[in-house]
Ligand binder design. Structure first.
Ligand SMILES: [Zn+2]
Length: 442
């Protein structure tokens, strides 16, 4: 394995000066606005109603004049003009592939691709995988859902890297462990909860993930954990592997951003998608480094371009150059979904904030859930966490420490219940951590 590989997938693009990236984005955006205005009935009508046209875009700042879209609009336009909706600006003959959202929050929405979209997307996935250190000598197990799911075809990106790919899909943990062991898989992709669960399951079966398996890199997405240092470290220690967080969105790409080997934020491929971060209430742009809602604009994908799409995901970002030399901006992580945000006595609380507290405390097992109840018309937050097996100290004192740690981060003192180890149910794929009892009582 003496061969050394190049550092970047596409050095010129990945290390381009910021001004050059901005110029590239402006040129691509102009073309995209022309395409949608002239060919999509929805965008034509919406731009006209807002009194804007592609000619109004002289700088990237001018994008602010254009209207937002969101998930409800996608769904509504799809129903108005089935099957793909009237945001699509290309003839059906050009479409070669579609994924669809799970529909967990309503009717599934489709994301169609042209052949060029599909090929560019896979090159982009290869670039992300390469930045996380995947190389042609790797054996990659794609443990993501294939049915309609936009993360399925990302496996082709790994093949483009030159890795040997095993298309596993979502299989039970025992079967997954067999696949990892038998084929000596070195890289895999799953959710943080499943990576943790799988590692624990292996140990329970007498398999040492560090000695008996060959996994050196784990890619995760779908939950905030991959960007929470405390969670990442726990999974890395369990596996003796590096963990890289990825971000994807069913309405655009499987993976839109991913961690490089520096593991200091998720690089965004700015040649494909332009991002804005806004205050969800005022819709004003928030300063770099502050939390706000992620808004995306497609720069290349012609199958169903999204112009100013409000994702509902809360993020923060930096445009500082990364120690890896890449200049494309980085998300500090996905703090949560707007839908998951709890408002407790006027304070915004994301489950990921509590996760930080619980995971960094060595006297807790790391499992937790949040229960919301109502007392005298006020929301009450209770954090349920388990003591670690090894902890035999005073439970009251542990409880008080957790309350103090939560207060430092959130500015409120939740109730805390310390349970016995193993008392909480273990999550497999996506963990449900919030139980809003108020909804059951209405
Ligand atoms: Zn980097």
């Amino acid at each position: 394995m003496a061969k050394t590989y190049r550092k970047y997938w596409d050095e010129e693009l990945e290390t381009a000066p910021r001004e050059k990236i901005r110029a590239m984005q402006l040129a691509a955006l102009k073309e995209m606005l022309d395409l949608v205005y002239n060919n999509s009935p929805y965008y034509k009508k919406s731009f006209d109603e807002h009194g804007v046209s592609p000619a109004d875009l002289k700088t990237l700042e001018d994008l602010k004049k254009f209207p937002y879209i969101n998930k409800y609009i996608l769904r509504e336009r799809q129903q108005a003009a089935p099957p793909f909706g009237d945001l699509v600006p290309v003839p059906e003959e050009e479409l070669v592939y579609m994924s669809a959202s799970s529909g967990s929050t309503g009717i599934p929405t489709a994301s169609p691709f042209t052949l060029q979209d599909f090929e560019e997307w896979q090159d982009y996935e290869a670039r992300l995988f390469w930045s996380s250190g995947m190389r042609p000598y790797d054996r990659y197990c794609h443990a993501l859902q294939f049915t309609l799911f936009v993360g399925g075809p990302d496996v082709i990106g790994a093949q483009k890297v030159g890795a040997l790919c095993v298309w596993a899909g979502t299989v039970p943990s025992e079967r997954m462990l067999e696949i990892l062991r038998q084929w000596q898989i070195t890289v895999t992709w799953t959710t943080p909860s499943f990576a943790w669960y799988l590692g624990e399951t292996a140990k329970a079966q007498g398999i040492d993930p560090q000695k008996d398996l060959f996994v050196r890199k784990i890619f995760v997405a779908g939950e905030p954990g991959g960007s929470i240092p405390e969670t990442r470290q726990k999974i890395e220690e369990l596996w003796g592997a590096d963990l890289y967080d990825y971000y994807g969105l069913s309405d655009i790409f499987g993976a839109c951003a991913g961690m490089c080997e520096a593991k200091d934020g998720l690089h965004w491929a700015e040649d494909h998608i332009l991002i804005e971060v806004i205050n969800p209430d005022t819709e004003e742009e928030v300063p770099e480094g502050e939390r706000g809602e992620l808004v995306l604009t497609s720069l290349k994908k012609r199958g169903r371009p999204l112009i100013r799409f409000r994702t509902g995901d809360i993020v923060s970002y930096t445009s500082e150059k990364c120690s890896c030399g890449r200049t494309h901006l980085r998300l500090h992580g996905i703090h949560g979904r707007l839908d998951d945000m709890l408002i407790i006595r006027g304070v915004n609380v994301f489950p990921s904030d509590i996760e930080v507290v619980v995971r960094k405390n060595p006297d807790l097992s790391g499992e937790f859930r949040l229960v919301i109840t109502e007392e005298k018309h006020l929301a009450v937050l209770t954090v349920e966490a388990e003591r670690a097996h090894e902890y035999s100290g005073d439970i009251r004192q542990l409880q008080e420490r957790v309350i103090t740690d939560c207060n430092k981060i959130l500015g409120i003192r939740p109730r805390v219940n310390i349970l016995e180890p193993g008392a909480l149910p273990r999550a497999t794929h996506k963990a449900k951590r919030v139980f809003d009892e108020r909804k059951n009582n209405r």
